[in-house]
Ligand binder design. Structure first.
Ligand code: UTP
Length: 484
């Protein structure tokens, strides 16, 4: 898209600061962004300059050198990979006793008001293609409650149970911030006190073409994209959320992604283990569905706890077995973390420590004639930080295995695997198991799915134990049950 001819003296600007900015853009060989300068209105020119002012050109140059021109400055690949110690799902009495003990510690922390929830909801949801923030998607099996409402009801129920306050911080991005806030306002914050729900936006990065040139979204704007869920840690500091947490006496952050509809928010047992061990960042893990499942795993890489992406695992590592026949690297990462506030502060001190990862995608942009086009081939490099890269800086972590069917069912795609349909079914099946534990007979089909529909509001029961205490044990399931 380079113009070849344009000179910075041809770009007339109003003041010295704009002139310097234009020179900077030229010195980084991105002058094609001024291709339509003389056709733009004054406001159009201002818009372009304002956007360019926020671009960290030095960072872009580093990313181009490292990821686009292939001049890798990274350290050599890991020499060793070992599975980490994992707190298992309790099977025997002593494991159950330890889990109960941890649960008490976690409940005390929740009761003392030291726990906050951070939900990351800034992603574009490209695979889902819903044209609306993912959290606004109607998902509950009978009432059609949105994902946001389900999370809100869980937080509400926990606050009621422990007579406490759990501040909820929701990360959005410029693409969906307004829609998200309006959704909460229209729904009166789902009954939560507005003082305890905050929104903060994550940073964005320009999107480049495969030669490292900035892509244009229109004649007066460049394409930008959220800087990844790793951007949460930076945004928590930059948007003043850490200060707010400190003022409220928050010590522990329960981090989760908007699209996991089974998320067990602020799980006391998990909190208790994390607190007892003095851990700083702790992941939950779930068994991989099969050796080839495309999820990252948690492992000890060159002596440090780390998350290893699916693509980084060799074939032997993917299929390696323990003596008991289970997968050696069989614990997938569902992106559920506990992070201590002081750890997030530390990681933000001096300079921010998370690396950027490149994703090559099809991104709509304007062509040389200034017309918006939808590419049929990959045309763009996006850069994102990943939250799990913080793990190796934590120093101390606990890793806790949980039952996948009870805690992990993400909405990623419009259909098929990890879609709204599978999410609904996973909720129905989990409620079915709760009812069975309460002694109620629930018919299942050959695939093990409940025959019928069930919805249980978190405000009715948060788990099987609560349901058992509350439900009429004489109930007969006739194909639909809605407990609100
Ligand atoms: P995904 O990587 O699955 O992205 O994010 P996505 O936006 O939901 O979907 P695709 O990849 O575009 O189809 C996992 C979680 O991280 C959040 C998402 O909102 C989701 O909760 N996320 C992702 C952010 O908050 N910001 C980002 O920049 C990226």
């Amino acid at each position: 898209m380079s113009t070849g001819k344009l000179k910075h003296s041809e770009i007339k600007t109003e003041n010295d600061s704009d002139k310097l900015l234009v020179e900077k853009v030229f010195s980084h060989k991105q002058e094609h962004v001024f291709r339509w300068w003389n056709d733009l209105t004054i406001n159009g020119q201002k818009n372009l300059l304002n956007q360019l002012r926020l671009v960290d050109f030095t960072l872009l140059q580093c990313l181009t050198e490292k990821h686009i021109k292939g001049n890798k400055l990274t350290s050599p690949e890991a020499a060793t990979l070992e599975p980490p110690d994992i707190i298992p799902i309790p099977q025997n009495d002593s494991q159950k006793a330890r889990s109960d003990e941890a649960g008490k510690i976690g409940e005390d922390a929740i009761g003392a008001g030291t726990v906050a929830v951070v939900t990351v909801a800034g992603g574009l949801g490209t695979r889902l293609g819903a044209n609306r923030p993912k959290g606004t998607l109607p998902i509950s099996p009978i009432m059609g409650k949105s994902i946001f409402q389900l999370h809100a009801e869980k937080i509400h129920a926990i606050m009621n149970k422990y007579d406490t306050v759990i501040p909820w911080y929701i990360m959005t991005s410029l693409n969906n911030d307004e829609m998200t806030r309006s959704f909460f306002e229209e729904n009166r914050f789902f009954g939560l006190n507005t003082d305890n729900v905050s929104f903060f936006t994550q940073g964005v990065l320009p999107v480049m073409d495969l030669q490292g040139k900035l892509l244009m979204d229109s004649k007066n704007s460049i394409v930008t994209s959220p800087n990844g869920h790793g951007g949460t840690l930076l945004a928590l500091k930059e948007r003043g959320i850490l200060s707010n947490m400190n003022q409220r006496g928050i010590k522990h952050i329960f981090y989760h992604q908007i699209d996991n509809i089974l998320i067990k928010i602020a799980d006391p047992v998990y909190l208790g283990y994390h607190i007892r061990e003095g851990a700083k960042m702790s992941p939950k893990v779930v068994p991989k569905a099969d050796p080839e499942e495309k999820v990252g795993i948690v492992g000890i890489k060159d002596g440090h706890l780390d998350t290893i992406e699916y693509s980084e695992l060799s074939n032997e590592e993917k299929h390696a077995l323990n003596p008991d026949g289970t997968l050696k690297f069989g614990m997938g990462n569902p992106a559920i973390y506990l992070l201590d506030v002081d750890f997030v502060e530390k990681i933000n001190e001096s300079h921010f420590a998370l690396p950027y990862h490149k994703a090559v995608k099809k991104v709509p942009c304007v062509d040389e004639n200034g017309c918006k086009t939808k590419p049929s081939e990959n045309n763009a490099a996006k850069f994102e930080m990943f939250i799990f890269d913080a793990l190796k800086h934590a120093g101390k972590s606990i890793i806790m295995e949980v039952v996948r069917e009870d805690e992990f069912s993400p909405v990623k795609n419009a259909e098929g695997k990890d879609s709204p349909d599978t999410a609904k079914q996973s909720m129905i099946n989990m409620f079915g198991r709760w009812l069975q534990e309460a002694g109620i007979e629930i018919p299942k089909d050959e695939a093990g799915n409940v025959k019928g529909t069930i919805e249980i509001s978190p405000l009715y029961a948060l788990d099987a134990k609560e349901l058992k205490k509350k439900i009429d044990h004489e109930i007969v399931f006739t194909g639909e049950l809605n407990l609100q």
